[in-house]
Design a protein around this ligand. Structure first.
Ligand code: ZN
Ligand code: ZN
Length: 328
């Protein structure tokens, strides 16, 4: 009888217990996700630099750096020559203009003419140097840099392809391990929650079992999402599917819980609790309900006193009313 009283009080879940049950599920989730993270890091990512050196030999890399450096040096030398050529051309044009202006006024200034000629020669020399340098740079770029560069780019593309391949292989393996882990934990959680519901000693703590169940379900969802996300990202709008699918599932869950709470037995118990007729909800029935006429009390076969016929145990002597109908 003591046991029965205990389990009856245990069935009432207070708000504090519910909050603690949610907290328990969260704490379980933290540990579970930490474990999932450990499993995930047991699958190492491919070593970027060692794989790169397999596909792109160090000598090639050094050679390319050297060639790019040379190219940059040649480009800045060319830039300097271009600036110089522009300056010399301006100088030459100014000198020519000065000489011609004087010549138009009838003055043939020999000194101005010598300056013009000198500037003209200097400009010509700089033009020659510039086009020589340009030709040399084109030659260097077309015959030395480009062929080496395309060989390098090809090796680099092969490396990137292999790296992506190894990476997705690694992700697949880790994903399988993670989902296996999550499903195993979920199965374990279902088993544990079953224990809490069915074992008499544990049943008053059934809410703990519900925490395990919630933890297992949420962890499976999170892990599946994490694993599936990189594969699905390109194929479907993952966030929309998760948002709409998750909302749908949550609403279905709420409707399910609401209906379970509205089940005939739950409604009857709540009415009893509020001291109203369990069948129609009308308050404070006597021996009969004043509204629906339902019989509320019956005689206990053990003590002969009146007790509620909707409750399993006699209020007066504590006998099981079900035993009465068995005896009769
Ligand atoms: Zn009634
Ligand atoms: Zn009795």
């Amino acid at each position: 009888m003591d046991k029965k009283e205990l389990s009856d009080t245990g069935r009432e879940v207070t708000r504090a217990e519910r909050i603690l049950a949610v907290a328990l599920a969260l704490f379980l989730l933290i540990g579970g996700m930490r474990l999932a993270w450990t499993i995930n890091s047991a699958f190492p990512l491919p070593d970027y630099s060692s794989l790169r050196s397999q596909f792109i030999p160090e000598a090639l890399e050094r050679e390319m750096n050297n060639l790019w450096q040379q190219n940059n040096n040649k480009l800045s030398a060319l830039q300097r020559l271009q600036d110089e050529e522009r300056e010399l051309r301006q100088e030459y044009e100014t000198a020519r203009e000065e000489y011609r202006t004087l010549l138009d006024r009838g003055i043939d200034d020999k000194q101005k003419m010598a300056r013009w000629e000198k500037a003209r020669d200097e400009h010509r020399n700089s033009q020659a140097a510039l086009s020589g340098t340009q030709a040399a740079l084109r030659d260097f770029q077309n015959n030395i840099l480009s062929p080496r560069e395309s060989a390098f780019r090809e090796a680099e593309a092969r490396f990137h392809e292999r790296f992506a391949q190894l990476n997705s292989q690694r992700n697949r393996r880790a994903g399988v391990a993670l989902i296996t882990y999550a499903l195993a934990v979920f199965a374990l959680a279902i088993w544990v929650s079953g224990l809490f519901r069915t074992r008499p000693l544990l049943s008053r703590y059934a809410v703990i079992g519900t925490s395990f169940l919630g933890f297992g379900a949420v962890q499976t969802l999170v892990v599946t999402y994490q694993v599936a996300y990189p594969f699905l990202r390109g194929l479907i709008p993952v966030e929309w599917v998760v948002s709409l699918g998750g909302s749908g599932l949550s609403i279905a869950g709420i409707v399910f819980l609401k209906n379970r709470l509205l089940s005939a037995e739950a409604v009857r118990n709540r009415r009893l609790w509020k001291k109203s007729c369990p069948l129609c909800g009308f308050p404070l029935p006597g021996n009969f309900c004043g509204r629906c006429g339902a019989v509320q009390q019956e005689k206990c076969c053990a003590c002969g006193l009146l007790t509620s016929r909707f409750l399993p145990w006699c209020r007066e002597c504590g006998s099981r009313l079900a035993d009465c109908s068995e005896h009769s």
